[in-house]
Design a protein around this ligand. Structure first.
Ligand code: NAG
Ligand code: NAG
Ligand code: NAG
Ligand code: NAG
Ligand code: NAG
Ligand code: NAG
Ligand code: NAG
Ligand code: NAG
Ligand code: NAG
Ligand code: NAG
Ligand code: NAG
Ligand code: CU
Length: 600
């Protein structure tokens, strides 16, 4: 397919700016006690390439030609300048999962909410700081289901004052993902049609750091497939202590992660340091991250690392032609190179098969938290699935399916139009004019779990419960709850989270199961619009809404013949680009200015 080989002008610019920051690093004073923040410049080149992560060859939508994409390592306090060079052939956008983006809402990367997509053959620069966060994060496309096709990678933010820095010798990043042999374009067309009956596309495999083996006899004859493509291998030096940063980048399935005979101590949940808590198996849902410390203190040998797909959580998908026992090898230096023969932890798995998060009552914050004693406002939500007029199963938040308004992001309506009313299908579930403490109570109306992610924040998980239970508001944990950015609502269960709505911007609140995002299980909050309007978005960001030739091209899926692609909208867009918005009969100078800047 499209393989970008030439060293384009953009790559050269990228290399030049990298050299620039290198010079800066060399020139900066060395051996300071306190860390002096730096600007770290990265180039992420997005293009399609044929890869065979598990032996089955497919077109992967890569970052720099690999799956997963490169890991970005920065330090708390740094500025990240990330050049995204889009050569995917369609538009895209990148979200930096878990980052607050305080003062830079326009770099949150959500088409329809915080930006217009980056067109094909265009470079866009994300530019933000991480003054008050550290830990394990990731970046991924937030446009359609592109991250499931490969557009993702890890971001590690080191903390110069990491309280555990003397408790481990090495760090290892481990990305767990389910893996599909079809491109998501095909999968979405089927999923968002009546024929799927709402059953999510079933992955063909699971990968650990982009590798696994596949049984090629299951592959259609017309495809290239090699058996025994090889597993990921982690080399351990006997006696050393490893901090494993585990990230679940799945589209659908969660995992239980373990290493035979090696207990693990959890020390981090999504950027929050926890007290050490020893476990044998880590349950990790889509988009969640944990750090665990593992000591290489066993006899020199080889051990299985396991990431068992929790197919029970989506049992309806069936297990035919799916090896749900995903493995990698932990190889002690000095051992032979034969496959391990070790056995998994013996204890009963039933407790783990409830499709819930790691029991957070066992996890305690390392640093005491000041949890606000009460909330100013409580928002109640039902999340569920319902058939739409075309008999397609759609995600609903209080009965309303989100429809992405891709070239008219909410942020533009706030910045340029002072808008306070939004279409019902925009699922604006909170509009906060002042800083306040918000509780969200979410009830899950269906038998599938939903890992919900809130952008721009971390939230305290005050409580959650399985099917058959109801929240007892007098028993919520406001004393020492864990704080994170992605939490699971158990099947037919509930969750109560608390956060401080004090970050000016538009922040998405959505299920991170990618299929459910596309089915419309998405909502958004508007925070401090008056403060947001005082901030000035960069000109190149504004340009994205003008340049985008026709972002709907990407959306023309059989099942998505929504009103957004009809002529009315195109006329509306044209008029808007010229400065007029007929709907509101108002003239917008911003649009006109950007329009002329674009012409000349
Ligand atoms: C991605 O590849 C480009 C060359 O095309 C290189 O300059 C850049 O450093 C790579 N990015 C990362 C994060 O490794
Ligand atoms: C993307 O841009 C490149 C470079 O201009 C062009 O060759 C290619 O045809 C474009 N792809 C699509 C699908 O428009
Ligand atoms: C866009 O395409 C043109 C023509 O192929 C090429 O010269 C240019 O480098 C491309 N720009 C980007 C950002 O890929
Ligand atoms: C990033 O943002 C900072 C602060 O606004 C600005 O000084 C700098 O020039 C920007 N860098 C790039 C590459 O746009
Ligand atoms: C996925 O691809 C296979 C061929 O590899 C095909 O048989 C199957 O129908 C495709 N699934 C969907 C949902 O399109
Ligand atoms: C990743 O998240 C998915 C979706 O919830 C889950 O099914 C899977 O078990 C998780 N993976 C791991 C290794 O926990
Ligand atoms: C979670 O742990 C707490 C305390 O250890 C225990 O009381 C509770 O029953 C556990 N919950 C589940 C669902 O296992
Ligand atoms: C939410 O669910 C409850 C029961 O689970 C139901 O009584 C209520 O009517 C639902 N509300 C909406 C707005 O769907
Ligand atoms: C938006 O509202 C503020 C007052 O809240 C006002 O000062 C400003 O002029 C308005 N901007 C537009 C574009 O209407
Ligand atoms: C959702 O529906 C419930 C009733 O089930 C209602 O109390 C709540 O206010 C609704 N939430 C929103 C954001 O409209
Ligand atoms: C927020 O302020 C706007 C005016 O700027 C007003 O129209 C809206 O009703 C206010 N929202 C709330 C929830 O008070
Ligand atoms: Cu979901």
């Amino acid at each position: 397919m499209i393989l970008s080989k030439s060293l384009s002008l953009w790559s050269i610019l990228c290399i030049l700016s990298l050299l620039n920051s290198l010079v800066f690093i060399l020139a900066s004073p060395v051996k300071k006690r306190a860390y002096v923040p730096e600007t770290k410049t990265f180039c992420l080149h997005l293009y399609k390439a044929k890869l065979s992560p598990d032996g089955f060859e497919r077109v992967v939508w890569t970052v720099n030609g690999t799956y997963p994409g490169p890991t970005l390592v920065v330090t708390k306090g740094d500025r990240l300048v990330i050049h995204v060079i889009n050569n995917l052939g369609v538009s895209t956008s990148i979200h930096f999962h878990g980052f607050f983006q305080r003062g830079t809402n326009w770099y949150d990367g959500v088409p329809g909410q915080t930006q217009c997509p980056i067109p094909n053959n265009t470079t866009f620069i994300y530019n933000f700081t991480v003054p008050d966060q550290s830990g394990t994060f990731w970046y991924h496309s937030h446009h359609l289901a592109q991250y499931v096709d490969g557009v993702l990678g890890a971001i590690i933010v080191k903390d110069p004052d990491d309280p555990y820095q003397n408790d481990y010798d090495e760090e290892v990043v481990i990305l767990l993902s389910d893996w599909y042999h079809n491109e998501t374009f095909t999968l979405l067309n089927y999923y968002l049609s009546p024929a799927s009956k709402g059953l999510e596309p079933r992955p063909d495999n699971g990968l650990i750091n982009g590798r696994n083996i596949y049984n090629c006899k299951w592959a259609p004859v017309s495809y290239k497939c090699i058996d025994n493509a090889g597993l990921s291998k982690f080399n351990f030096v006997p006696g050393k202590r490893y901090r494993l940063r585990v990230i679940n980048t799945s589209a659908l399935l969660s995992f239980t992660f373990s290493i035979d005979e090696h207990a693990m101590d959890v020390i981090e949940v999504e950027g929050m340091m926890t007290k050490r808590h020893t476990i044998h198996r880590l349950i990790i849902n889509v988009a969640q991250r944990y750090s665990v410390i593992v000591t290489a203190d066993k006899l020199v040998s080889n051990f299985w690392m396991r990431a068992d797909l929790q197919i029970k959580c989506y049992y309806a998908i069936g297990i035919e032609h799916l090896n749900s026992y995903v493995k990698a090898i932990v190889h002690y230096e000095g051992a032979n190179h034969l496959d391990p023969t070790t056995k998994g932890w013996a204890e009963n798995l039933n407790r783990l098969n409830n499709c819930i998060d790691l029991n957070t009552s066992d996890l305690k914050p390392f640093f005491p938290e000041n949890v606000p004693a009460k909330s100013d406002q409580t928002i109640y939500l039902n999340v569920s699935f319902e058939k739409d007029a075309s008999n397609v199963d759609r995600g609903v938040v209080n009965g309303s399916t989100y429809a992405v308004d891709v070239d008219n992001p909410t942020i533009n309506q706030i910045l340029f139009k002072n808008q306070t009313l939004f279409q019902p299908n925009q699922n604006v579930i909170g509009h906060f004019n002042t800083s306040q403490v918000i509780d969200i109570v979410v009830y899950n109306g269906v038998t599938g779990e939903h890992p919900f992610h809130l952008h721009g924040h971390t939230f305290w998980v005050l409580g959650s419960g399985p099917v058959g239970t109801k929240p007892d508001f007098s028993k919520l944990n406001i004393f020492d709850p864990i704080k994170r950015d992605t939490a699971t609502i158990p099947p037919e269960g509930w969750i109560v989270i608390r956060f401080e709505a004090n970050n000016p911007g538009i922040w998405a609140f959505h299920c991170h199961i990618e299929w459910h995002v596309e089915a419309g299980l998405v909502a958004q909050f508007i925070e401090l619009p008056h403060e947001l309007r005082k901030l000035k978005p960069p000109a190149d960001w504004e340009q994205l809404c003008i340049k985008s030739p026709n972002p709907y091209n990407d959306l023309i899926l059989q099942s998505e013949q929504r009103t957004i692609i009809d002529d009315m909208r195109n006329v509306d867009t044209l008029i808007k680009n010229l400065g007029w918005n007929l709907g509101e009969l108002e003239f917008n100078w911003n649009y006109l200015l950007v329009y002329f800047l674009n012409i000349f």
